[in-house]
Structure formats: structure tokens, C-alpha cells
Design a protein around this ligand. Structure first.
Ligand SMILES: Nc1ncnc2c1ncn2[C@@H]1O[C@H](COP(=O)(O)OP(=O)(O)OP(=O)(O)O)[C@@H](O)[C@H]1O
Length: 425
């Protein structure tokens, strides 16, 4: 497994097998990532020969295989991987992840995967709203495995980028390189997988990649804003695949966890927060950890730039400033329509269109209801936004309210929409 990439590349070189084996039998892969393949040869003179004869053709083969320009470095003697990794994700570790009741299952699942990759929890599917630590856990897994299995090829990719990369590969006639690249990994981290949903060709391609990796016993970690069965446009066979492993959800943190996170971020940023200030932040920002972090940052900046003492009143100003900068903290009707439209996968323009088909009418009613819930607008005000009669709005709101009382599912959808509206950004 470790030397997979090297073996694949060597097979494609134009040298007799005996030559290859004479020079490469004792060569191992030290690391492969960030478009850099580090090889180790125990014998110094072999290193020189490999460098002069093999590196150029190997780089060319790797380029064709992966679609990326790969630099090969050969080391010899005692080699220890450089400890000063410059990855921007070094901070996203298990040590820095505050565990509370809202995330302890996902945390435990991620930790298990980092200790026993490609064992019982494959794939690991982590879902939850924006800013609750899904990406953090993914990187934490990668950070552990980078250390314990330096030879692993690890790819982190966002669903959206995966899709775009595939589209480019198709346009440039490079699909094979795209496939090779993703089928040669030991750990695949696919963030926000809901973005590949609804795109047929991407799903097809990902389906095959998924199967190839799964069968080769490679670890796959996926994240999404919702569980597979709720990703409407995801093909059933993909849903089933995703459910083979372990599903773990992350909920918004409770008060104690928020306080713990605020304290941790403050220590990390080197700023001292009095207890009443931490409490104030925890009471006012509830749905999103990224925003908790943002509040601490803002308070620190205001304290340092304006020389003001850190008090509740400074915190209040900081959070006010954040609300202005950050629509998620201060939703507008447009933002709510957008969140509901995204949730139901309809174009936001349909919200105020005259289209009465069920696919659109129901999300529209839900948007009316959410605007009333979140902003306490009057029925006539909402009617104006949707260019409809106020009795239509009233009917919609009553209908959803009734449904909410009788259906756990509707209740869950509303909860999610609330978090999406308040949680993003
Ligand atoms: N439990 C936690 N302890 C400490 N920091 C956390 C925790 N959860 C999240 N964070 C921090 O909050 C920020 C947002 O987290 P992250 O990017 O992982 O969210 P996400 O769920 O992937 O969101 P999105 O869906 O928007 O990508 C990060 O800076 C992360 O380090």
C-alpha cells in the first residue's frame, strides 16, 4: 500500500523490469502529498543514479497519472520527516477540538478512524450545520495519519472543487488522469459532499472512485450539512454506499461547551477575557463556532486597536459590529428565502415567482413561515415581499405551524433551516 504510487509509476517506465528492480527494490516512499513525492534509498550512490536517470521520466509519468506536476525528491541515510510542517491546517487537531455533548460522538468516530483507518468505520460520514467543526475533525484525522503513516497519500477536496475539477478534466479530455489521481489515495477527505449531488456525471465518477477506494481498503471521510437520506438529489445507490460505514452528526454546542471554546480560543489568541464577557458571548452567539471565534477575534482587535478595556460593553459593540458585517447573525428576508431555497434545491427566484407547482409552493410557504418566525414580520409585510395576498401568507403560516405540531420531520426541517439561517458565514 505504501509504495503503491511508486509501483504504479515504475510499471509505466520504459526500462526492463530487471533494471527497475535493481535500482528500486530497496526504495521506499517517505511521503506523498502537496505534489511532492519523497523517496528514500538506503544506498547513497543509488540515490545519485536514480536522480540522474529516473527522476525526469518518473515525474512525467506521475504527471500523466495524476494530472498534477509532481516533484520527486530522493533522500538517503537516516531520514526523518521534517517536523516543521507548514500546513495551514496544523491548528485543526484533536487536541484543539473541544468536546461537549453536542459533538462527542463525531469526535470519537473521527478519533477511531485516525487510529484504525479503513477498518470498521469506513466511510465516516459527518454531518451538521455550518461552522460546527466538521472540517476541523477531517483535518484532525489527516494530521494524525500524516504523522503515523507518512507514506499515505492524502487528498482533501471540497465537493464543489471535485465537481469543477471533473468538468475541466472532461473539457480537456483528461478524465483518466482525474480518475488515477483520486484512485491512488490512501485517505480521501471529501468536504461538503452535498455539492456533488444533482450533478449526474460527477456522481457517476465519484461512485466509481468510492467503490475503487472502498474495495482497496482505503479510508474515506465525507461531510455534509445533512445526513445522506436527506440529500434529495443524491442517487439512492450513493446514499446506500455512504451509509455502509458510520454516520455521525454534530449539533450546535450547549452553553458550557460554548464557554469552553471561547476560553480556548482566547488563550490561543493571547487575550484575557473576564468571565462576564465570555458569558455574554456564549449567550449571544449560539449556532456557530466559527462566529464564536470571530467574536473573540473582534474583541481582541477592538481592545488592541482602540486601547479599550475588555468589558461586557466592549463585547456588545464587537458583536454589534459583527452583526453588521455578517448577515448570518442578522438575517434579512432575502437571506431566509435563500436559505430555504438552498435547502429544497430550488432557484431562489422561484420564491417570488407565480409558479404553483408543489416543488416550489411548499418551499415558498416554508419561507413565509420562517420569515415570520425569525423576524416577526406581519402578514401584510410578508405578503408584500412575496407579491401575494396577506390571507395567502396567513394560510401558509398556519398550515406549516399545524404540520410542525404533528410531524417530527417538519419540526426537524424547521430546526435545520433556523440553524442554516443563523449559522452560516
Ligand atoms: N469543538 C470545537 N473546538 C474548537 N474549535 C472548534 C470546534 N468546532 C469548530 N471549531 C472551530 O470553528 C471553526 C469552524 O469549524 P469548521 O470549519 O470545522 O466547520 P464546518 O462544520 O466544517 O463548517 P462548514 O460547513 O461551513 O465548512 C474552525 O475554526 C474550527 O477550528
Amino acid at each position: 500500500m505504501a509504495n503503491n504510487i511508486l509501483e504504479m509509476a515504475l510499471e509505466q517506465l520504459d526500462f526492463p523490469p530487471s533494471t527497475i528492480s535493481a535500482w528500486f527494490d530497496d526504495v521506499t516512499v517517505v511521503s506523498f502529498g502537496d505534489n511532492r513525492l519523497v523517496l528514500h534509498s538506503p544506498v547513497p550512490f543509488k540515490k545519485e543514479f536514480i536522480e540522474s536517470k529516473f527522476i525526469a521520466p518518473l515525474q512525467e509519468v506521475l504527471h500523466n497519472l495524476t494530472g498534477d506536476p509532481i516533484t520527486i525528491v530522493v533522500v538517503t541515510g537516516e531520514y526523518t520527516a521534517p517536523s516543521t510542517s507548514t500546513s495551514p491546517y496544523d491548528d485543526y487537531t484533536f487536541e484543539r477540538f473541544i468536546v461537549g455533548s453536542s459533538n462527542k460522538f463525531a469526535h470519537a468516530a473521527a478519533l477511531a478512524v485516525s487510529q484504525r483507518p479503513a477498518a470498521e468505520n469506513n466511510p465516516l460520514f459527518i454531518y451538521g450545520n455550518s461552522g460546527l467543526g466538521k472540517t476541523h475533525l477531517m483535518y484532525a484525522i489527516a494530521n494524525v495519519l500524516r504523522r503515523t503513516h507518512p507514506e499515505y497519500r492524502i487528498i482533501y477536496v471540497k465537493g464543489e472543487d471535485f465537481t469543477n475539477e471533473l468538468i475541466t478534466a472532461i473539457q480537456e479530455g483528461n478524465v483518466q488522469a482525474f480518475r488515477n489521481k483520486y484512485r491512488m489515495v490512501d485517505l480521501l477527505l471529501l468536504d461538503d459532499v452535498q455539492f456533488i449531488a444533482g450533478k449526474e456525471r460527477t456522481q457517476e465518477e465519484f461512485f466509481h472512485t468510492f467503490n475503487a477506494l472502498y474495495e482497496a481498503k482505503k479510508q474515506i471521510v465525507l461531510t455534509s450539512d445533512r445526513p445522506p437520506k436527506e440529500i434529495n438529489t443524491l442517487e439512492d445507490r450513493m446514499k446506500t454506499r455512504f451509509e455502509w460505514g458510520l454516520l455521525a452528526d454534530i449539533q450546535p454546542p450547549d452553553f458550557e461547551t460554548r464557554i469552553a471554546i471561547i476560553r480556548d480560543k482566547a488563550v490561543k489568541m493571547g487575550v484575557e477575557l473576564p468571565d462576564d464577557v465570555s458569558n455574554y458571548i456564549a449567550e449571544n452567539i449560539q449556532a456557530n463556532i466559527r462566529q464564536l471565534e470571530g467574536a473573540v477575534k473582534k474583541i481582541k482587535a477592538m481592545h488592541e486597536l482602540m486601547g479599550e478595556r475588555i468589558t461586557v460593553s466592549l463585547a456588545e459593540n464587537a458583536i454589534d459590529a459583527l452583526r453588521t458585517e455578517n448577515p448570518g447573525l442578522n438575517p434579512t428576508p432575502e437571506r431566509i428565502m435563500e436559505a430555504v431555497a438552498n435547502y429544497f434545491y430550488i432557484p431562489v427566484e422561484q420564491m417570488i415567482s407565480q409558479n404553483r407547482s408543489k416543488d416550489v409552493a411548499y418551499p415558498r410557504q416554508m419561507a413565509m413561515y420562517m420569515i415570520r418566525q425569525e423576524l416577526e414580520y406581519s402578514f401584510p409585510d410578508i405578503a408584500k415581499i412575496f407579491k401575494r395576498d396577506h390571507t395567502t401568507v396567513m394560510h401558509a403560516c398556519n398550515k406549516i405551524e399545524e404540520e410542525r405540531k404533528n410531524s417530527r420531520e417538519t419540526e426537524d426541517v424547521i430546526k435545520k433551516l433556523h440553524n442554516n439561517i443563523r449559522g452560516d458565514g
